[in-house]
Each structure stands twice: as structure tokens, then as C-alpha cells.
Design a protein around this ligand. Structure first.
Ligand code: AMP
Length: 311
């Protein structure tokens, strides 16, 4: 565990271009790491509109690294719906205040022209079959676009080779976006990215709603109706903990009682491969490990959530 390079109240350095970012990272890493360990660099990629879920990633990364970069970039490539992109909240000033309190050293807030200087990339990353199911089924191209920006951000923030000292490089992602996390882990493994991916648990409201930048679009009534997601996950989790049959259809039944909430999917999958585990849903007592994935629409707002079983 290392000490933050900055005190928690110091404003982070805001950089816009790749050159400014590299220079800022190099400078921050030049300060000797406390103790006798290799320097560590953490990156937390975000799309801004920061809430306590993001803060949890940032504080975990802060504790674990000498130098902490948080990126803020709303990536058009991963929005298959233009209206969703246009209305996505952009709150840079408030975000920077949060990041100052959280102790980030550098905020990378690039323009579109920095990330995609030649427009949409011609060479694309293909998220394959994993990227076509669940979220990918209703958001075609979403995961290819997400991988494109994550690959770029991982490269932008790479510790400079000229530094001459070993730097352990980590990037932090939330378990909230479980399918995204599986795909990023696959990309890093399949394509030998020199970075370690670390995941951070889901942060929820006191009532159980997984925090999301999109929650602010829910009316009070809709936010209350959305709690059915957590009730359904907990129903199945309770059965799994007691090694009972899961009867996923009971969870789907809870959604039928909430007319404001339209269920898209509620599935039990293998946490690493996202293969459906239909066997465990029937009359068989649940054993082993699984990941419950859920997505639902409330008005125009699409919410996702998940819960691990058997851990
Ligand atoms: P976003 O800004 O939505 O792209 O999210 C940036 C990162 O924050 C992603 O790795 C998300 O998985 C993570 N994140 C978003 N919401 C939560 C949450 N409620 N709990 C934990 N991590 C989250």
C-alpha cells in the first residue's frame, strides 16, 4: 500500500492532449515511490457525471497506487442511440471537485479530436460472440465501441518507457458493468496489454438501486419501481445461499407486478464466460458459482445490475 502522491484536497492537474498527459504522468512518476517498491500507476476510466460508484473506484485506486489518473470522456462510439449520447450528463466542473477531494493526481479530459483524430477508427476491435449477447443484443456495436476507447485510454496512460524504472500499471473497472469487465479482461489477455485489470464491487443506494449516471433521469416514482431489480436479485441470491433451486421465473414474476419496469433479461451465467447456466435454474439445488445479470427499461432509461452467487 502506498501513500497518495497528493494530499486529498489538492486540485488534480487537468490535461487535454496525449502529449500533456504523457508529460504529466512522467513528471508524477519521477517523484520516488515511498518505501522500496516499484512505482505504481492507476487509471480509472469514466464518462464523467461522477457519483459514489465512481468515487469507490477512485478511492480504491488512490489507496493502491502512487500516481492516479482519472479519465473523463463520453465515448460516442459506444452509443448506438444518438439521443442517449446527446442527453448523457456532462458535469466536468463538479467532477473535478469530486476528484480533488478523492485525491486524483491527473484528470485526463480529452477532446474527441484527441481520441479519434481521424474520425471513426477504420481498424476495429471485435468483441465477438461475448459482445453480442445481453447488453450487446439491444445495443449493437456498443461493446466494440467500448473496447476501442478502453484500448486507447490504456495506451494513452501507459507509463513512459523512457522513465527507466519499472512501473506497475493497473486499470480499475466496476463490477456494475459485468459484461464490460469480462470483455476488457478478455481483450487484455487476448491482445497482451501490459496492464493489470482490477475490479471494484457495485455501490448501491441505501434502498439497493445500483448507482448509475442515468439514475438522475428517473422520476421519484420510477426510482421506487426500479427497486424491483434489487428485490429480484436478492430473491435468487437468498435461494442460492441456501442451496435451493433458483426458480428464476419467480424473479421475472416480480417484474410483472411493476408496470413501470420492462424487463429485458434476467439470466444466470458463468461469471467468466457469460455462458447461460440453465441447468441451475431448474429443480436442481444450486451449487457452484454464477452471476445473475439483469437489464430493464424504465421509460427511456435502461438500467443494468448483477449479483454474484456462490461466493
Ligand atoms: P461510466 O462512467 O458509467 O463509464 O463508469 C465508469 C466506471 O465506473 C466503470 O468501470 C463502471 O463499471 C464503474 N461504475 C459505474 N457505476 C458503478 C457503481 N454503482 N458501482 C461500482 N462501479 C461503478
Amino acid at each position: 500500500m502506498s501513500t497518495p502522491a497528493n494530499s486529498a484536497s489538492r486540485a488534480p492537474r487537468i490535461v487535454r492532449t496525449a502529449a500533456e498527459l504523457s508529460a504529466a504522468i512522467a513528471q508524477a512518476l519521477e517523484a520516488p515511490a515511498p518505501g522500496n517498491h516499484p512505482a505504481t500507476l492507476g487509471l480509472v476510466p469514466t464518462m464523467g457525471a461522477l457519483h459514489s460508484g465512481h468515487e469507490s473506484l477512485v478511492s480504491t485506486a488512490r489507496e493502491q497506487n502512487d500516481v492516479l489518473v482519472v479519465s473523463i470522456f463520453v465515448n460516442e462510439l459506444q452509443f448506438n442511440d444518438r439521443a442517449d449520447f446527446d442527453r448523457y450528463p456532462r458535469t466536468l466542473e463538479a467532477d473535478v471537485e469530486i476528484l480533488a477531494r478523492a485525491g486524483a493526481d491527473i484528470v485526463f479530459a480529452p477532446e474527441v479530436s484527441t481520441v479519434y483524430p481521424d474520425g471513426r477508427p477504420l481498424v476495429k476491435l471485435d468483441s465477438g460472440a461475448l459482445g453480442e449477447k445481453f447488453e450487446g443484443a439491444s445495443r449493437p456495436g456498443h461493446f466494440d465501441g467500448m473496447l476501442a476507447v478502453v484500448a486507447k485510454l490504456l495506451h494513452f496512460c501507459m507509463p513512459p518507457a523512457t522513465l527507466g524504472v519499472p512501473v506497475a500499471y493497473r486499470a480499475y473497472f466496476g463490477q456494475k458493468d459485468a459484461q464490460q469487465l469480462v470483455l476488457i479482461n478478455r481483450m487484455v489477455a487476448d491482445l497482451n496489454f501490459p496492464v493489470e485489470i482490477r475490479s471494484v464491487p457495485i455501490i448501491r443506494s441505501a434502498e439497493g438501486l445500483a448507482l448509475s449516471s442515468r439514475n438522475q433521469f428517473l422520476s421519484k416514482e420510477q426510482a421506487e419501481a426500479a427497486l424491483v431489480i434489487h428485490r429480484a436479485l436478492n430473491l435468487v441470491k437468498g435461494r442460492a445461499d441456501r442451496h435451493e433451486p433458483l426458480y428464476l421465473e419467480d424473479a421475472a414474476g416480480l417484474f410483472e407486478m411493476e408496470p413501470l419496469v420492462e424487463l429485458d433479461y434476467f439470466e444466470l451465467v458463468d461469471p467468466r464466460t457469460l455462458q447461460e447456466l440453465a441447468f441451475n435454474c431448474q429443480d436442481t439445488p444450486f451449487t457452484g458459482e454464477g452471476l445473475l445479470l439483469v437489464a430493464a427499461k424504465i421509460g427511456e432509461v435502461r438500467l443494468i445490475d448483477n449479483m454474484t452467487l456462490g461466493y
